[in-house]
Design a protein around this ligand. Structure first.
Ligand code: FES
Length: 323
């Protein structure tokens, strides 16, 4: 079995335009490497030619063993990851990727699954639709996009055995085809679990509607891939204490807690550096974190016993870390 920490070398076997500004990549293992099996909702870290590491959900059927498929939106407002995929990665390119990780698994206890996708957020939900279909489970998938030409995987879905469970909603379409979120939540059978992935505003709206309708956090599943902009104007300095040694590390106002820990020689695993992947999760034994991530649930944040040092800070003068 491959070590999940060891990078896998893959080759882009196919690059395909799925919709306006969206391309998919089929990744196959280079000689000497094998692709571990993955579950629906999993993602991989991809090291891009410009040095950035980005997370992309696997969107091919989870039972496939010979390839991983990802899809990427060209985002002019991004920090360069999506442009690198569109402009610098071609068929035949080799890339280093991580083994699949899954922070967004299907809930085995759910009696029905409500999949809500915004734009490119369809990718993990497509793998879920494939898995649920193969398991004979009940689900419906709603895909909200700006327009038909910006909607990826239309023909794949139309040709799939689950086509009748998928509803498309376009911002530029008539009012009758828009997603009726409150009605969809109200109609969901008892025991339904909701899964949402897409732009931050879309996800926040869906989660707020779910909470307002009385859905418990255990039934609300989400996968963020891009952090909302954070205002750093009022950032202050604070201290980190390493519980095992008592060592105190100052964090300057213009530096992240993760940067301070790394500069002090601590080995903290990291990936996205924007509070969405959970890789840098660190235990907190005392003090109060100022949570700025999109990874922890409201309950996990309220417990204040862990934080994500790549983006979160402290609202107390010192945090004692379980390191
Ligand atoms: S590195 Fe991704 S959450 Fe911190």
């Amino acid at each position: 079995m491959s070590d999940p920490q060891t990078p896998l070398l893959v080759r882009v076997a196919r690059k395909h335009t799925e919709a306006l500004d969206i391309c998919s990549l089929d990744l196959v293992a280079e000689p000497g490497h094998t692709l571990p099996a993955f579950s629906a909702g999993a993602h991989i870290d991809v090291a891009l030619p410009n040095g950035l590491v980005r997370q992309y959900s696997l969107c091919n059927p989870p039972g496939e063993t010979g390839r991983y498929q990802i899809a990427v939106l060209r985002d002019a407002a991004s920090r360069g990851g999506s442009q690198a995929v569109h402009d610098a990665v071609t068929e035949g390119s080799t890339l280093r990727i991580s083994a699949p990780k899954n922070h967004f698994p299907l809930a085995t206890e759910a009696s029905h699954h409500l999949l809500l996708a915004g734009g490119i957020g369809i990718t993990p939900l497509l793998a879920m639709a494939e898995r649920l279909t193969s398991q004979g489970e009940c689900f419906e998938l709603h895909h909200c996009t700006r327009s038909r030409e910006r909607t990826p995987f239309v023909s794949r879905i139309a040709a799939s055995p689950f086509a009748r469970h998928v509803h498309h909603h376009h911002d530029d379409g008539d009012a009758g085809q828009r997603l009726d979120l409150a009605g969809t939540l109200a109609r969901a059978p008892q025991g339904t679990h909701l899964y949402v992935c897409g732009p931050t505003g879309f996800m926040d709206a869906v989660l707020a509607a779910g909470r307002a309708a009385g859905w418990s956090e255990e039934r609300l599943h989400r996968e963020y891939f891009a952090a909302a902009p954070v205002d750093h104007a009022n950032d202050g300095s604070f201290e980190l204490e390493i519980a095992s040694s008592g060592r105190v590390i100052p964090v300057r106002a213009d530096q992240s807690a993760l940067a301070a820990l790394l500069a002090a020689g601590l080995d903290i695993p990291m990936s996205c550096e924007q509070g969405v992947c959970g890789t840098c999760l660190t235990g907190v034994k005392a003090g109060t974190p100022d949570h700025r991530d999109q990874y922890l649930t409201p309950e996990e944040r309220a417990a204040n016993n862990q934080f994500l040092p790549c983006c979160s800070r402290a609202s107390s003068p010192r945090l004692v870390l379980d390191l």
